[in-house]
Design a protein around this ligand. Structure first.
Ligand SMILES: [Zn+2]
Length: 400
């Protein structure tokens, strides 16, 4: 019995998924942990399904003065650079070569020939690297960086600097044979409450169970997003809009509290939602003068100012769902605050989570995961501090 267990454990220890092999060969996206090719021994997965095609859309990101050091083929032709940002190289859509580990092909300036490149290449004297990244991960990460570290630096330049700093720091501290040195976002780790951080951390049983599907869901194109939010609204309709309830105070107004309500109505139009919420929380008097009505939460979700990782919510489409349904309550009864509170979450516990999240689109789940990978690294990381963190990062409404 003991021998059987030992051999089983040894077998599990030695088992590696295709995603893990892709990581070790450098042919994976270091932001999401996913590969650029789903051919292989992935259970019950048809790589040709349209919903998986975003995985095949990727580009190379690097420094313009250093990209040639990563070249794997000789020649004087140059690659096309689609980036307009100074010093940043972003290739045309790349392809994957089966002729060698970590080899990618991009078209040259003439459009007639391909150039081969190595990515994630490191030597102790290295100061920069070249990264292959899904287009969806580039866009999601740029949006996150822009929101969390916004400033004068273009988001694509921030993304390169951020990845490069973490990559160099990870390799500088790693053993030369450490095959996880490229894992700059801890994607091989399993979170106690939320499960695997990427497909790289999944066990064989989880692969058999098909749990890879959510990691391979398109984080950009989420056609079911409005239907999901509509269902959350319906499920939340019984909750009270406590943000707009009457607050009584016996204290005399002091300082800014003496300003008329009409002036606060004007001031709040110039403030981001988080500042409005802070103003609302300052005192009981301001809670009355700066109320957080249903429209505040709805409009903040609509324009992305409340939760920047939800930048594409079509409120009109949600209203259409309501009109086409048999639901009798009016849109003014909807509890947008409760929805905003729920959607502030980006890491979802495996068990015991809110039942309203049960029908969450997999693409939305994956977008939240990728966004939080960047967000957590910005909050906790020390490798890349060129700009002061914006005070409105890590937005929360849970205490409101
Ligand atoms: Zn990716």
């Amino acid at each position: 019995m003991g021998n059987m267990l030992s051999s089983k454990e040894a077998e599990d220890d030695n088992w590696k998924s295709d995603a893990r092999y892709a990581m070790e060969s450098g042919t994976y996206c270091i932001i999401c942990g996913g590969p650029f090719d789903l051919e292989g021994d992935v259970y019950n997965l048809d790589p040709k399904e349209p919903r998986y095609q975003w995985v095949y859309d990727f580009r190379l990101l690097g420094h313009t003065h250093d990209v040639e050091r990563h070249r794997a083929t000789s020649g004087n032709n140059r690659p096309r650079n689609t980036s307009s940002v100074e010093d940043v190289f972003l290739s045309e859509r790349a392809s994957f070569s089966m002729s060698g580990a970590g080899i990618f092909e991009v078209v040259d300036e003439s459009g007639t020939d391909d150039i081969w490149y190595n990515t994630l290449w490191y030597k102790p004297a290295s100061t920069s690297s070249l990264f292959a990244l899904h287009e969806a991960c580039i866009e999601t990460s740029c949006r996150a960086l822009d929101r969390l570290r916004g400033g004068a630096t273009p988001s694509l330049a921030m993304l390169y600097q951020f990845l490069n700093a973490r990559f160099l720091a990870s390799h500088a501290h790693a053993h030369p044979k450490d095959d996880t040195a490229n894992d700059i976002f801890d994607l091989c780790r399993v979170s106690y409450s939320c499960g695997p951080r990427s497909v790289l951390a999944m066990t064989r049983l989880e692969w058999w169970g098909g749990e890879y599907d959510r990691f391979y869901a398109n984080p950009l194109d989420i056609p079911d997003l409005e239907a999901f939010v509509f269902n959350v609204l319906v499920a939340s309709s019984h909750e009270q809009d406590s943000g707009s309830k009457m607050v009584l105070t016996m204290q005399e107004p002091r300082g800014i509290e003496r300003l008329p309500t009409e002036l606060f109505d004007i001031i709040r139009t110039y403030l981001p939602p988080k500042s409005v919420i802070k103003l609302h929380r300052t005192s009981k008097t301001l809670a009355t003068k700066v109320p957080l009505h249903n429209a505040f939460w709805r409009d903040g979700l609509h324009d992305g100012s409340l939760h920047p990782h939800i930048w594409d919510l079509d409120i009109k489409r949600i209203e259409t769902f309501r009109q086409e349904s048999n639901i009798t309550f009016s849109a003014s009864d909807w509890d947008w605050r409760s929805v905003a509170k729920l959607l502030a979450m980006k890491r979802f516990p495996v068990t015991g989570r809110d039942a309203r999240l049960d029908d969450m689109p997999l693409g939305f789940w994956n977008r939240c995961r990728i966004w939080s990978v960047i967000e957590e690294a910005l909050i906790h990381g020390r490798e890349w501090p060129p700009a002061q963190r914006r005070r409105d990062s890590g937005f929360e409404v849970s205490k409101t």
